[in-house]
Each structure stands twice: as structure tokens, then as C-alpha cells.
Design a protein around this ligand. Structure first.
Ligand SMILES: [Zn+2]
Length: 258
């Protein structure tokens, strides 16, 4: 399984920066998990091959690139882009984004080949298939409904928390799996902003360390993601000081393979 966290912003010379403002994970160049920066940062090959987008929750940093992605492809799609989401998230997208005011309601539009976008609903706890992947969505603890994911292909499994405060169901599911290659865990704010992290249902390095005590396995690499760019230096140094074996920060733009 190949995974890439797409870049969000650019350095002054135009190269992709290492700061993560938005979230899009691309798996095997075919399936996007969240779409914060999908239209803006995917490669042309990914734009041509991604037709499935799985949404963890409807916060803007996870969906901002979704309307633009479909817009770019509108005339050329020979099959609809499938948006996999819970019924709550679909409702939020239809009411607040694809509402004819912010952007067209693509779910009602067709090009010369047929529909351009369709929703595929999933329910937390119920496994579903996307392309060659099996996905178990697990509800985590955020200030809106939000899911983490256990994602498997025929070679292995990874688990992604998505945006969350301290949570339990995710870890008990991950602990029951026969093997896990990698766990991606969020850590938005440094320890000094624990109150803000708590109010916004995110983790700090101290919270991350407590969460990782719930992980009862040693067969996986652990990557930290979703570090708020404004506090990145402090947050990363606090993560490094935790001195947890195998804990690394997931690098923006880099391709990982398990
Ligand atoms: Zn969020």
C-alpha cells in the first residue's frame, strides 16, 4: 500500500512546503482520504486516476479541495466521482457546500456521459470496499461527527485516527487486528495549548503519549500528522522529547509504502 500526504502550500520559490494546513491522504494513487487539498496538490496522474474520495468529517481543512476537484474533471468524467461519507457528512456537504451558492450541486448534474458525482454512504463500524481497499470506519471524538479508518489491501493494514480528542473505540479495534503496518495519529497543538486542544477536540504531545499507551502492539510504525503549522516547531520538538520508539512525523509530500 502506497500513501502520500498531499502538500497544502508553497514556498516563495514555488516548491511545496512541509507545513500541513489541509488534509488529503492519497492511497495507491487511486483513493483519496479527505480532500482538503485534493484539487490543488494532486499530480496529473492522480487527477486522472482518483475517482473515490472518502471523507472523515466535514471540517473545511478536510473538504476544501473537493468541489474544485469535481469542477476540474466535470467535462471529462465518464463515470461519477464517488464521495464515501456518513449520512451526516453528506447532509452537511449538500446544505453548506454543494448548495448552488457556495458551489453547484454536482450530485444533480450530468455531463454528456452521465452523472459527475455520487454519494456512497457508509456507517461507522460497518466495513466497506473502495477500489481494492477494505475500509472500517470507526467513530472518534471530535466536535463534529468524525471517523478514523482501518484500511487494508491484500498485503497489509494501516490505521488512521483522523481528527480526534482522546478516544477509545479506535484503539480497541486496532488492538484486535491480526497485524498492522502503520498507525497515523493526529497531534494538532503543543502542550501549552492543551485547553485549546481540548475545546477543539484535538491532541497535544502529552495527549498523544496517553493515546499511544492504549495501543497494545509493537508491530507497526507510528506517524504523527495534522500538526498545526503555526505551532509546528514547538509541537515537533515536544513530540521528539517523548522519546517513543518508532514515532515519526509524517512528512508532507513524501510517499510511504507498506
Ligand atoms: Zn476537524
Amino acid at each position: 500500500m502506497k500513501l502520500q500526504l498531499l502538500p497544502s502550500t508553497f514556498e516563495s520559490g514555488g516548491a511545496a512546503s512541509k507545513r500541513q494546513h489541509l488534509t488529503t491522504l492519497v492511497l495507491d494513487d487511486r483513493v483519496a482520504f479527505d480532500a482538503g487539498t485534493l484539487a490543488m496538490a494532486c499530480s496529473e496522474a492522480q487527477r486522472a486516476s482518483i475517482r473515490d474520495v472518502v471523507i472523515s468529517h466535514a471540517h473545511l481543512d478536510h473538504i476544501a479541495g473537493l468541489p474544485l476537484f469535481i469542477d476540474d474533471l466535470f467535462a471529462t468524467l465518464t463515470a461519477p466521482v464517488r464521495i464515501h461519507a456518513t449520512s451526516d457528512v453528506i447532509e452537511v456537504l449538500e446544505d453548506n457546500i454543494f448548495n448552488w451558492q457556495i458551489y453547484p450541486r454536482f450530485s444533480e448534474l450530468t455531463n454528456e456521459f452521465g452523472p459527475v458525482m455520487e454519494y456512497v454512504e457508509f456507517r461507522p463500524g460497518n466495513c466497506f470496499s473502495v477500489c481494492h481497499l477494505n475500509v472500517i470506519p470507526i467513530e472518534v471524538d471530535h466536535n463534529v461527527q468524525s471517523c478514523g479508518f482501518v484500511i487494508s489491501d491484500d498485503r497489509g493494514t494501516i490505521a488512521v485516527t483522523g481528527d480526534t480528542a482522546p478516544t477509545d473505540a479506535f484503539w480497541s479495534s486496532v488492538n484486535k487486528l491480526p497485524s498492522v503496518r502503520a498507525v497515523l495519529i493526529e497531534c494538532a497543538f503543543p502542550n501549552e495549548l492543551a485547553e485549546l486542544a481540548s475545546l477543539s477536540f484535538h491532541l497535544t504531545p502529552n495527549g498523544l503519549a496517553q493515546e499511544l499507551r492504549k495501543l497494545e502492539r509493537s508491530d507497526c510504525e507510528i506517524f504523527v500528522t495534522n500538526i498545526k503549522p503555526a505551532y509546528c516547531t514547538d509541537t515537533v520538538s515536544q513530540i521528539n522529547r517523548l522519546d517513543i520508539d518508532g514515532l515519526k512525523v509524517l512528512e508532507v509530500g513524501m510517499t510511504y509504502e507498506w
